[in-house]
Design a binder for this molecule. Structure first.
Ligand code: UD1
Length: 345
């Protein structure tokens, strides 16, 4: 297949390009080399250096079978001043790409989405059943009560694994833009009788992760601390539950989606992309530090208002719909990450 891969120079895009080529596909790599992510300096050869917000995309789409859309401004967003950038890169960039795909007659899309669309996920209350958690209160967080409460009775609740039918509850500018991308792709499917597979990634880690920036996720932040010889700094009480999925597994899920999107029904089909193994942030920090021979993690008790306490989704639909099962156990992958190079540009 001839694939247009946007964000091809990024952390996940690089792995997708490698695996797609290994499986015999022809990849047309596109990247705008955003300074915030790649820094200034010479660009590697062979890329279509285009900005989805402004550049003409018609030529690069000619003869393409499937678009794999990874290009995005990532991270949680630092403050409200980031809102326009997320909207312009992620929302408007995707809308322009979809319009150009319609002109070029390309009807198959694989979209990088995220589990952040679910926000805080779903919990079970012994009295009120299946509930979204209440937004955590400042006074609870300051007193060291990090687990959210039931929105109905205010009592203790227990997190549960969620599936793709869980309602959207975006909490950050980035999450809002991922929800918007799914909505635009869905509308495009209706207008064009087209197909989209939206892959909702869990916490992706692996070789080539970007180094520590204000927009980096926790694995990159801890890996960067270790590289400086410092202890990872764990927020809250370290009990936050996540699913860490290796970038090569995420790339394989993308290639499976690229190969199978044409056999999917018209419309948008979402799949969670997860390892299926849960880890707390504290466990993850200890595993990385031990593997690197770095100082023991420090529990800081700091918290960020926008952080989600626990979010874990079921990987079952990706197994039945795409035959995707993650192959790299997080224990193994995190040990590799402890010494793997980070991307510097
Ligand atoms: C992360 C990504 C998000 C992505 C999602 C799924 C970022 C910033 N977040 O969301 O873009 O869509 O995975 O792939 O890239 N923490 C610490 N110490 C630190 C930083 C964070 O203990 O120095 C804790 C936080 O309190 C939080 C957890 O680590 O509980 C995860 O944080 P983070 O990786 O920033 O965000 P996610 O919500 O998991």
């Amino acid at each position: 297949m001839r694939i247009l891969l946007t964000g091809a120079a990024g952390f996940i895009g690089t792995h997708i390009g490698d695996i797609a080529r290994e499986r015999g596909h022809e990849v047309v790599p596109l990247d705008m080399f955003l300074d915030k992510a790649h820094g200034p300096g010479p660009r590697p050869p062979g890329f279509a250096e285009l900005d989805l917000r402004t550049d003409r995309l018609d030529d690069v789409l000619r003869g393409i079978d499937v678009v794999c859309h990874q290009a995005a401004m990532v991270g949680n967003g630092v403050d409200a001043q980031d809102l326009p950038d997320y909207a312009e890169h992620n929302d408007a960039g995707t809308a322009r790409l979809l319009a150009a795909m319609a002109r070029a007659g390309v009807r198959d899309l694989v979209l990088a989405s995220s589990m952040v669309v679910y926000g805080d996920g779903r919990y079970t209350c012994p009295d009120d059943g299946d509930v979204p958690p209440a937004v955590r209160r400042e006074e609870d967080l300051a007193a060291g009560r990090y687990d959210p409460r039931c929105p109905v009775c205010g009592g203790d609740i227990t997190w549960r694994r969620i599936d793709e039918s869980t309602p959207f509850l975006p909490r950050t500018s980035y999450a809002a833009s991922k929800v918007a991308q799914e909505h635009y792709a869905s509308a495009w499917c209706t207008l064009e009788d087209a197909r989209t597979i939206a892959l909702r990634y869990h916490n992706v880690y692996g070789p080539g992760m970007p180094a520590d920036t204000p927009y980096a996720g926790v694995a990159a932040i801890f890996r960067s601390s270790i590289a400086r010889g410092e202890a990872p700094r764990v927020f809250e009480d370290g009990g936050q539950v996540r699913d860490f999925v290796h970038a090569r597994d995420v790339a394989r899920a993308n290639v499976l989606a690229i190969e199978q999107v044409g056999a999917h029904p018209a419309g948008l089909t979402p799949y969670n992309v997860a390892s299926g193994t849960t880890f707390t942030i504290g466990q993850m920090a200890s595993t990385l530090a031990a593997a690197a021979g770095a100082p023991e993690p420090v529990l800081t008790g700091d918290y960020r208002r926008f952080d989600v306490r626990h979010v874990v989704a079921s990987p079952d639909a990706a197994r039945s719909g795409l035959s995707f099962v993650a192959e790299i156990p997080p224990e193994e992958g995190l040990k590799e990450l402890a010494s793997a190079p980070l991307r510097t540009r």
